[in-house]
Design a protein around this ligand. Structure first.
Ligand code: ADP
Ligand code: MG
Length: 451
C-alpha cells in the first residue's frame, strides 16, 4: 500500500484528470520521502518524471497543500517500482504528519493575488475553432478591459472542452498586463470548503473580505453551488459587491444557470446580466490542430494518418483527446519508437475494442427498452416527443458504435430521408455535452450493450 497521504493525493488526481492520463502518469507513483522542506515522489521512468515535473507539478502541489502539506520543494525520483504487485513499497523515511487542515489559508490570509491560477493555461496554447471562437473572443476582450464589458462572463458546456483553460487564460493574461491586479481563481468546491471552514473557525469576515477585495474573481464549475443555500447567499453578496465596483467576474458551469436545479433565482438572474457563451466540443479540424499543437509541445510531429485516426476516434472532448495522445507518446517514448498508425491503433485500439457481434437491431432494441417504449414505435411514424428522442438516440448510437453511414442509419430506423439521421446524430451529440441525464442514458444503454 501507498502512504495514506499519497493515496489521498492520488484519489484527488484521479478525479481531476482523464482516466488515460491518470493511468499513464500517476498509477505507479508513490511517496518515498516527506519532510517540511521536501517531498520526494518515486516514479518508474524518466519520461514520467519529466511529465510530472513539467506538466503536473502545480496540480500535485495544490493537492498536497489541500491535504495540509506544503513542502518547499517537490522532487520526482526514478525508483524501482514493481508494477505488478501491490506489496508494501520500501519504507517511507518520514511518516506523514497528521493532516492539518486548509484553514491556514483563511486563518493566515496567506492567499497571493494570483490565487489558484495555473500558468500553463494561456491564450497562446489555446486552439481556436468554431466551437469556441466566441468564448475565446470574449475572454480576450475581457483581458484587455477587465470589468468594462461582459460582466459577468459565463462560459458553459460539457466536461473537458476548455472552460477551465480559457477562464484561467483570462486571469493569466490580466496578470501579464497588470502584475498588480488581484486575480483570484477558485473552484466552487474550494469556495464551499473555505466557506464552511470560515464558519467553523469564525473567520467569515476574513473570508468575505478576501473574496470581495478581488479585482477579478474567477469561479469554476458554479453548478456545484446548487442546493447550498448559505453559500449561495454568501456568493450573492460577493457578486454584488464586486459587480457594483466594476470588478470583473468570470464563471463557468456545465449548463445554463436556469437549468441548474436549486440555484436561487436571484443568482440565476445575476449570472444572466452579462454574457453567457455556450462552448462545444471542437470539430474535427480543430481536434486535429489541437493534437498537432500538443504533440509539438512534446517535440514530436505526428504523421497525418495518426492525427486523423485520433481525431476521428476520440470525439468526446479535448481532455480525452489529450489523454489518448499522452498515452501514445508515453508508449513510444518508453520503447524508443516513432508514432505511426499501426502503433496508434494497437495502443488505443485495445482499450476501445468493441465486440464484433453488435448489430443495429440490438442497439435499437436496447434503446427502446431503456425508454420503455415498443420497438414498433421507434421504427414507426409517430412524432411524439417521448418517441422522437429515443429514436434520435438510437440513430446517434448507430453512428457512434457501428459507424454506419447516414443513409444506412435512416434505413435501419425505417426513415427515407438520410438528412433526418444527420440532424439526429448532430442534435444528440450536441445536447449530450450539456445534458447530463442524456449522457447518463447513453452510457447506460452502452453498458447494457457491452455487458
Ligand atoms: P473543462 O474545464 O471544460 O472541463 P479543461 O479546460 O480542463 O476543460 O480542458 C481539458 C484539457 O483540454 C485541458 O488540458 C486543456 O488545456 C485542454 N484543452 C481544451 N480545449 C483546448 C483548446 N481549444 N486548445 C488547447 N487545449 C485545449
Ligand atoms: Mg473545468
Amino acid at each position: 500500500m501507498n502512504s495514506p497521504l499519497w493515496q489521498a493525493v492520488l484519489g484527488e488526481v484521479e478525479l481531476s484528470i482523464s482516466k488515460a492520463n491518470y493511468l499513464t502518469w500517476f498509477k505507479n507513483t508513490r511517496l518515498v520521502q516527506q519532510s517540511d522542506e521536501l517531498i520526494v515522489i518515486g516514479v518508474p521512468n524518466i519520461f514520467i518524471k519529466q511529465q510530472l515535473e513539467n506538466k503536473f507539478n502545480p496540480m500535485v502541489s495544490d493537492i498536497l497543500k489541500r491535504n495540509g502539506v506544503s513542502p518547499e520543494r517537490i522532487e520526482y525520483k526514478i525508483v524501482a517500482i514493481d508494477t505488478k504487485s501491490n506489496e508494501e513499497p520500501e519504507p517511507i523515511l518520514n511518516q506523514p504528519k497528521p493532516v492539518q487542515h486548509r484553514t491556514q489559508a483563511v486563518n493566515g490570509i496567506s492567499h497571493s493575488y494570483r490565487q489558484g491560477l495555473n500558468e500553463k493555461y494561456t491564450f497562446d496554447n489555446f486552439i481556436v475553432g468554431s466551437a469556441n471562437e466566441l468564448a475565446f473572443a470574449a475572454c480576450q476582450s475581457i483581458a484587455a478591459n477587465p470589468g468594462k464589458k461582459y460582466n459577468p462572463l459565463l462560459l458553459y458546456g460539457g466536461v473537458g472542452i476548455g472552460k477551465t483553460h480559457l477562464i484561467q487564460g483570462v486571469g493569466n493574461a490580466i496578470l501579464a498586463n497588470n502584475p498588480g491586479a488581484k486575480v483570484l481563481y477558485i473552484t466552487t468546491e474550494q469556495f464551499v470548503q473555505e466557506f464552511v471552514e470560515s464558519l467553523r473557525f469564525r473567520k467569515t469576515t476574513e473570508f468575505a473580505n478576501h473574496y470581495r477585495s478581488a479585482d477579478v474573481l474567477i469561479v469554476d464549475d458554479i453548478q456545484f453551488i446548487a442546493g447550498k443555500e448559505k453559500i449561495q447567499e454568501e456568493f450573492f453578496h460577493t457578486f454584488n459587491t464586486l459587480h457594483q465596483a466594476n470588478k470583473q467576474i468570470i464563471i463557468s458551469a456545465d449548463r445554463l444557470p436556469k437549468d441548474i436545479p436549486t440555484l436561487e433565482e436571484r443568482l440565476q438572474s445575476r449570472f444572466a446580466w452579462g454574457m453567457s457563451i455556450d462552448m462545444q466540443n471542437p470539430d474535427f479540424e480543430t481536434r486535429c490542430a489541437i493534437l498537432q499543437s500538443k504533440a509539438q509541445n512534446n517535440d514530436t510531429t505526428l504523421p497525418n494518418d495518426v492525427v486523423d485516426y485520433l481525431a476521428t476516434n476520440i470525439n468526446t472532448n479535448v481532455r480525452e483527446l489529450e489523454g489518448a495522445l499522452n498515452q501514445l507518446l508515453a508508449f513510444c517514448e518508453m520503447r524508443g519508437l516513432t508514432p505511426n498508425l499501426d502503433i496508434t491503433v494497437s495502443v488505443l485500439g485495445s482499450t476501445r475494442s468493441r465486440p464484433k457481434h453488435l448489430s443495429a437491431k440490438q442497439i435499437i432494441e436496447r434503446t427502446a427498452k431503456h425508454f420503455q417504449i415498443p420497438i414498433e414505435d421507434i421504427l414507426g411514424p409517430k412524432r411524439d416527443k417521448d418517441i422522437v428522442m429515443p429514436r434520435q438516440i438510437a440513430m446517434y448510437m448507430l453512428r457512434s458504435e457501428l459507424h454506419l453511414s447516414f443513409p444506412k442509419i435512416a434505413h435501419e430506423l425505417g426513415r427515407k430521408d438520410h438528412t433526418t439521421a444527420i440532424h439526429s446524430v448532430e442534435k444528440i451529440s450536441k445536447e449530450s455535452q450539456i445534458d447530463a441525464s442524456l449522457r447518463n442514458a447513453i452510457s447506460e444503454i452502452k453498458e447494457r450493450l457491452y455487458a
